[in-house]
Design a protein around this ligand. Structure first.
Ligand code: WT7
Length: 661
């Protein structure tokens, strides 16, 4: 620890409540503390505040139709188009020269799109998609890195009413195939590659491998040329087209935005769950868009004049809601960065903040912990005084990291919003309104106005403040997922069955369960403790243990595997794999490498095990269930929990010795 850090700890350590600075409060979009009471009294009509942020082709009848829970409908029979709301209306309002997207490549190359530029490109790509045969309601898969063509493609899909399904570019070929198969998606937009820490990556190779695994015909693939001369030289097949060539063919074309029903699907996003099969989370046009816009306005405090930067990847929900839809719906300038925070040097993000005078910055605790480790000299080299508000998302933030962010990035003069939400919630759920509420490091804050969040025990009864329980949401909200794609039954099983009376059609009997543990304090501030299902949160990204286990079991010579999350200084959690080999195979370095490669091939580098521990047996209960809790304790080098119910208690000590060695 440096001298400054010691001083910081001494001064900030004992403080557990921080007030937002008066300067911030004066200008905040949400500044009236009465909002909590008002929304509660006026529920669900309070959500007209969100709907009013949008332009509608025709107005809605009812704010909420809750006649068939948990299949809630919001803003029923309203008509609108998401791309129109993110682009056209700003151009029509005289904002055509305002910058919509500021993009920076890893090498420092930049591209700037005004709202007029975005209008032109989105229209041309919408015309291109139509020409390729994409019709309303066709799912278009976007397997793209952080290039401007990604938001352009998303908005072009929205313009013609074709839901997109973005697959994170870091995911493997197998993951692409699984998602295209699950959504019966016949159209794909991809890129030939992108840059990571100075290297060009061959994304088209991975795309082609993925396409080999698609079990139905793929009508067309569009390939963005990101690499130019660094291209790996793959020839395009007959159904693969070059983005630039298609766009040139459609230059100057315009496509009327399709008027979509409020409840029509805007996009699908696959996320990991307890089973091996990823869940296709369905988001709608009005509910989702109004939620991402309202939370961008009130939590991120975005103003049209702002330059705003969220350092996430658009391949995750954070990028959908808070790089693309929310900020653009509000007519803000949104920054997009292609590369990593440490290329060419560890001050890259602060260089970007300074260069663009970023007003609001949103990142993940895992990134903050890396910045902390690298030291304050990197941010100190830059003028960060443009910053007005900071945010975090993805996992719990420990108070030490919070305070470092507060001091070294925010100069103790910007509030921090710690935002709890999920792919399924569409946008923020639990966080302080930055101009209204005090901040408590380590606690996300109270639920947003209009939300009914409770911490309960296994019976569904509320637990006392300070005690750990399960997070539940007791009333619907506009941004919520509507179902899992073509799987209403799994939707109910995964999110509702636990705490609802599933035979009832009274909405009061339906409770949403996000599968997180949490506790609440006397002031109603919620500290989220983490997942309570078999999901690991690595660097703020959700990974299913079953998915990883099935990848490992697919490796030659593996008999059985169990995967758990263990604490990790930077990543929050890391993947630990316990593996039993088949007879005749040895758990050696070669095998370890094949296991790591197998996981990377099946999911992607982000799921790479931190450690592979070979063991002759796994700790099992008498009924044959693997005791994951014990494996977690071992990974964390924690005191071991109860082993008395095990069939093979002796194995625990044996495994533990292997890990310690
Ligand atoms: C899970 C959702 C929300 C977009 C990024 C992740 C965890 C998220 C926080 C936070 C504590 C958090 C939860 C949640 N999580 N934000 N501020 N504090 N935990 O989206 O992949 O859908 O994962 O991330 O466990 O359930 P996701």
């Amino acid at each position: 620890m440096s001298g400054d850090d010691v001083e910081l700890e001494a001064r900030l350590e004992d403080r557990d409540v921080f007030e937002p600075p008066a300067e911030f409060v004066e200008q905040a979009n949400a500044g009236d503390p009465e909002i909590y009471e008002e929304f509660e009294e006026n529920w669900p009509e309070c959500w007209e505040n969100a709907a009013d942020l949008l332009d509608w082709d025709s107005g809605y009848d009812e704010v909420l139709d809750d006649s068939n829970p948990p299949f809630y409908e919001w803003f029923t029979d309203g008509k609108l188009n998401a791309a129109y709301n993110c682009i056209d209306r700003h151009v029509e309002a005289g904002e055509k020269n305002r910058v919509a997207i500021k993009w920076e490549g890893e090498h420092g190359d930049t591209r700037t799109y005004t709202y007029q530029d975005l209008y032109r490109e989105v229209n041309e790509f919408a015309a291109t998609l139509r020409d390729l045969g994409v019709e309303e309601d066709d799912v278009v898969t976007l397997y793209m890195p952080m290039v401007p063509e990604l938001p352009i493609a998303m908005l072009a899909c929205a313009r013609i009413g074709a839901p997109h399904s973005v697959v994170f570019a870091g995911f493997s070929a197998d993951a692409l195939a699984t998602r295209m198969n699950a959504a019966d998606s016949e159209f794909l937009v991809t890129a030939n590659g992108y840059y990571r820490r100075g290297d060009a990556l061959d994304h088209l190779e991975k795309t082609n491998e993925g396409l080999d695994g698609v079990d139905h015909g793929v009508e067309a693939t569009v390939v963005v040329d990101r690499l130019g001369d660094d291209d790996f030289g793959h020839d395009l097949t007959a159904s693969q087209h070059d983005w630039d060539e298609l766009m040139a063919e459609h230059r100057g074309e315009r496509v009327d935005p399709v008027s979509r029903d409020a409840e029509d699907m805007l996009f699908l996003m696959y996320t990991s769950g307890t089973t091996g099969q990823p869940k296709g989370v369905k988001h709608t046009t009005a509910g989702y868009l109004s939620w991402s816009a309202w939370t961008s306005q009130n939590v991120l405090d975005l103003k049209r004049e702002d330059t705003y930067w969220c350092s996430a990847d658009i391949g995750w929900i954070t990028g959908h809601s808070y790089i693309v839809y929310g900020p653009l719906a509000l007519g803000t300038t949104t920054v997009m960065y292609e590369g990593t925070p440490d290329f060419p040097d560890r001050d890259r993000l602060w260089e970007i903040v300074e260069k663009y005078s970023v007003d609001v910055f949103y990142t993940a605790p895992t990134a903050i912990r890396s910045f902390m480790k690298w030291g304050e000299r990197f941010p100190n080299e830059h003028d960060l005084s443009s910053l007005r508000l900071l945010g975090t998302v993805g996992e719990p933030i420990n108070p030490r990291a919070w305070k470092w962010y507060y001091k070294h990035i925010g100069n103790e003069s910007t509030p921090i919003v710690d935002t709890w939400w999920q792919t399924e919630t569409g946008g923020h759920m639990i966080t302080t309104l930055p101009g209204v509420k005090d901040m408590k490091p380590g606690s996300a804050g109270p639920p947003l106005p209009g939300l009914d969040v409770r911490i309960v025990d296994t019976n569904g009864d509320e637990v006392e403040p300070g005690r750990a329980g399960y997070l539940t949401v007791n009333k619907p909200w506009p941004g919520m997922l509507r179902t899992l794609y073509q799987n209403d039954e799994r939707f109910i099983d995964e999110y509702w069955a636990e705490y609802s009376d599933t035979d009832s059609d009274d909405p009061d009997d339906w409770v949403y369960f996000p599968e997180d543990g949490a506790k609440i304090d006397e002031d109603g501030y919620i500290t989220v403790l983490g997942r309570v299902d078999d999901v690991i949160n690595v660097s703020g990204h959700r990974l299913g243990t079953m998915e990883i286990e099935s990848a490992i079991v697919g490796v030659e010579g593996v008999a059985e595997a169990a995967v758990v999350g263990g604490d990790h200084d930077i990543k929050g959690e890391a993947v630990y794999a316990y593996v039993i080999t088949e007879d005749g195979y040895e758990g050696d370095e070669e095998m370890r490498q094949r296991i790591v490669d197998g996981v990377e091939d099946a999911i992607g580098p982000i799921a790479r095990p931190e450690d592979v521990i070979f063991t002759p047996e796994l700790p099992k209960t008498r009924s044959g269930k693997i005791m994951r809790r014990l494996l977690e304790d071992i990974a964390n080098e924690a005191e071991l929990g109860d082993t008395s119910t095990l069939r093979n208690p002796e194995i625990v000590e044996e495994i533990r010795q292997k890990v310690q060695r």
